[in-house]
Design a protein around this ligand. Structure first.
Ligand SMILES: NC(=O)c1ccc[n+]([C@@H]2O[C@H](COP(=O)([O-])OP(=O)(O)OC[C@H]3O[C@@H](n4cnc5c(N)ncnc54)[C@H](O)[C@@H]3O)[C@@H](O)[C@H]2O)c1
Length: 401
């Protein structure tokens, strides 16, 4: 019943006998949780009115937004306007306390240091969760979240945009079809110049330091690792990382809440398939955006980049060729109402559709808890490695045996 990631929506519906009837919803599943309620639409609450106010769940025919919350009034209003939802609460805690019967799932788009705490709070309250990246900031948080997910059986999905960037979808499908052969070496990177610094408007907000002030780059590894885990599903098992401090505008370790000395971190990982992956996260470098290059035994693929690099591929007979990547968002992989380009390389609509589809179809989402943790944990250990001068460290594994 569970569709493969490459399966089209229409193909899935044909294979399963058209749309899922409302009577299928509300089934009891292993772990004792209710996957979805006995009604046709998933009722979603949204927490966090910054990045969280710019998504597309409400465009899905099987979703309605029934509650919104932020600690800050102007952000509450942004949510009310974006989702046309007047049912607004002053905090996630109060929303869960006073209105739990009004929603089935929560989109957690609060600050990264609170992701694990807020996701756990929602799941303990019986709600499915889609959460902004990363899953959490410590290995202990990942363990706690996994324990709650396994105990409750509720759905958890990380909203990682790299996974549904159009070239990442194409690379994933080429790899699945065996066109690349073994992925010997991948290079995946995320550059966002200025993050964490004293002058950055995301790091200092309304005269105060935000959670981004001095944020360790490798605690935000998912845009990079989404381009490895999201293509082959392999896991980083060993990592060595080096860090550097480039800009004087980046707060000293003594000034930031993370005791972090680095504004750029670059890691070298070994995967469970014996492959090599260089993953980078930099806050102070003259470059932008997310980019992957996948060098396989039979074929290699290069994503386009902010410096004008073209999409390119090299096949077994050698020679560079343009790599044609379709606009998957314009196809029947999405419900008709969502077939438009969306934020972060066309990924946003896919992420929203995948979460709602997973709940309606009573299955785990493509970026389930194990994939989410596999994109997060190596960065946590990489940062520890950088603090230890580049020592190679073992990355704990969370997959079921
Ligand atoms: N490409 C991407 O995937 C992408 C892009 C931008 C941001 N993000 C992630 O999305 C998340 C949100 O980003 P942002 O830029 O909006 O961050 P932000 O810090 O500006 O906003 C977080 C919001 O959460 C609210 N909040 C915190 N605790 C709350 C609570 N208990 N109840 C209700 N509201 C609460 C805050 O008031 C704030 O408005 C971050 O974790 C970030 O890492 C991902």
């Amino acid at each position: 019943m569970v569709p493969q990631n490459g399966c089209t929506r229409r193909g899935f519906l044909q294979a399963t006998g058209a749309a899922v009837p409302a009577t299928m919803l509300g089934t009891q599943v292993a772990g004792g949780a209710i996957w979805a309620p006995s009604r046709a639409k998933i009722r979603l609450a949204v927490a966090g009115g910054g990045f969280g106010a710019g998504h597309h769940w409400h465009e899905h025919p099987s979703c309605e937004i029934t509650a919104v919350t932020d600690l800050v009034e102007e952000r509450r209003q942004a949510l009310v306007t974006a989702y046309r939802c007047p049912n607004v609460f002053p905090s996630l805690e109060e929303m869960l306390d006073k209105a739990a019967d009004q929603f089935d799932a929560v989109a957690v788009f609060t600050d990264a240091p609170n992701h694990a705490k807020h996701s756990i709070m929602c799941m303990e309250g019986g709600k499915h969760v889609v959460c902004a990246c990363p899953v959490g900031l410590t290995i202990e948080e990942l363990k706690s979240l996994l324990e709650v997910k396994q105990r409750t059986g509720l759905v958890y999905m990380m909203h990682e945009s790299s996974y549904y960037r159009q070239p990442c979808i194409a690379a994933r499908e080429a790899w699945k079809e065996g066109k690349l052969g073994r992925l010997c070496f991948s290079e995946v990177e995320y550059y966002h110049s200025g993050i964490g610094t004293r002058r950055n408007s995301l790091s200092r907000w309304q005269g105060l330091n935000s959670w981004r002030f001095g944020f360790p780059p490798m605690l935000y590894p998912t845009h990079s690792l989404g381009l490895l885990v999201g293509v082959t599903g392999e896991r980083i098992v060993q990592v060595s990382c080096v860090g550097q401090r480039v800009g004087n505008d980046f707060p000293e370790a003594s000034e930031n809440q993370y005791a972090n000395p680095f504004d750029n971190e670059i890691a070298l990982g070994i995967t469970n398939q014996g492959n090599i992956c260089r993953f980078a996260v930099c806050w102070n470098i003259a470059a932008d955006g997310e980019r992957g290059q996948w060098l396989g035994e039979k074929m290699s693929l290069w994503m386009d980049g902010s410096a004008g690099q073209p999409l390119a591929r090299r096949g077994p007979t050698g020679g560079w060729r343009p790599w044609e990547v379709p606009n998957f968002w314009a196809t029947d992989r999405l419900p008709e109402t969502m077939r438009h380009n969306s934020g972060h390389g066309g990924s946003s609509a896919f992420l929203c559709a995948e979460f709602i589809d997973a709940l309606v179809e009573q299955r785990e989402p493509a970026i389930d808890i194990y994939e989410s943790i596999a994109m997060t944990a190596p960065g946590i250990i990489a940062h520890q490695s950088a603090l230890a001068g580049g020592k190679q460290l073992t990355v704990p594994q969370f997959d079921p045996a």
